[in-house]
Design a protein around this ligand. Structure first.
Ligand SMILES: [Zn+2]
Length: 319
């Protein structure tokens, strides 16, 4: 009898233990569900944030904090994907960056879809900022300058110090014809800039080169090679600001950095695909020597923005 009771009580202890474990499992499932719901909520909140940030951004470009956060997400980085592909030595970290940047593209698309409504009905305020990176070069920058002159529109050239040393006269021409010359570092070399930490040194070196050529430094505006966004550039964003620079990314591309050797027609098409009717369109293009189709596509891109009612400005008063 005693044994039986003992046996039964062991059984019921087992039963209790089983129930406890089952409850623990249920709790664990509950916790996983809870975390999932929180994650969805955060995704929803961040989507709403982009919408708000963009509305403020359209109001004036002067909310630095928002601008920075916007820059983190609202950009594509096709140029740099391409340049990275060309590098012989692909490290794992670089592959990771490519993935990060694909996510940025998705985030941008999502944000743009959401802010489309807020952009509409404000046709008088539409501004397009044509930007040309990685030059100057003789065979692409000069035809681009001819086209801009023909259409009487102004653009912004994010030059490399290295290229300004090769082509001081073209750099002067950019400046003399009313376009903005801005700093895109000396080498554009990610290893030097971000791994070895030479970002500020390269910016300062390029400032000096521009100053020597133009007799002045037209702007404290810079563009990060690869864009400013993402956690991996957070320290550099801070450092750049602490050194008195402003930075700007882009929200439209012509795709000349996507590594696909697009035809003139395809470059125009990429602008149509990415422009999203934004009130402030910052168009990323390249005037490095390989980008001859960029010059060929430019007239149609300019005509497109004219037809859409945009005015053309340099990024001179940005920030
Ligand atoms: Zn670049």
């Amino acid at each position: 009898m005693g044994k039986n009771l003992g046996y039964k009580s062991r059984e019921s202890r087992k039963e209790i233990y089983k129930n406890k474990r089952s409850r623990a499992r249920k709790k664990q499932v509950g916790r996983i569900l809870f975390v999932g719901v929180i994650a969805l909520f955060l995704i929803f909140i961040s989507g709403s944030y982009f919408l708000v940030a963009d509305e403020i951004h359209q109001g004036g470009w002067n909310k630095e904090e928002l601008k920075e956060k916007k820059n983190e997400t609202k950009n594509t980085d096709n140029q740099e994907l391409n340049e990275r592909k060309e590098e012989k030595d692909k490290t794992d970290e670089k592959k990771e960056q490519v993935n990060d940047e694909k996510e940025e593209v998705d985030a941008e698309k999502e944000a743009d879809n959401k802010d489309e409504k807020s952009n509409q009905g404000d046709k008088n305020n539409k501004v397009v900022y044509l930007t040309f990176d990685d030059g100057p070069s003789r065979n692409v920058t000069e035809p681009i300058l001819d086209i801009l002159d023909e259409y009487d529109v102004k653009g912004t050239f994010f030059v490399l110090g290295r290229q300004v040393e090769y082509y001081p006269n073209i750099t002067k021409r950019i400046h003399d014809e009313g376009h903005l010359v801005a700093n895109h570092t000396y080498s554009h070399d990610y290893a030097s800039l971000y791994d070895e930490g030479n970002m500020i040194a390269e910016l300062k070196k390029t400032d000096e080169i521009i100053r020597d050529v133009l007799g002045k430094l037209p702007s404290n505006l810079i563009r990060f090679p690869g864009g400013s966004f993402g956690k991996k550039r957070e320290l550099y964003r801070q450092e750049v600001k602490q050194n008195g620079y402003n930075f700007v990314d882009w929200n439209v591309v012509n795709g000349d950095g996507e590594g696909k050797n697009y035809s003139k027609e395809e470059l125009v098409e990429r602008v149509h695909e990415t422009h999203n009717n934004q009130n402030h369109a910052v168009v990323l293009m390249h005037d490095s020597a390989a980008q001859q189709n960029t010059a060929k596509a430019l007239p149609e891109i300019i005509e497109f923005y004219k037809e859409e009612g945009y005015s053309f400005k340099t990024l001179e008063n940005f920030g």
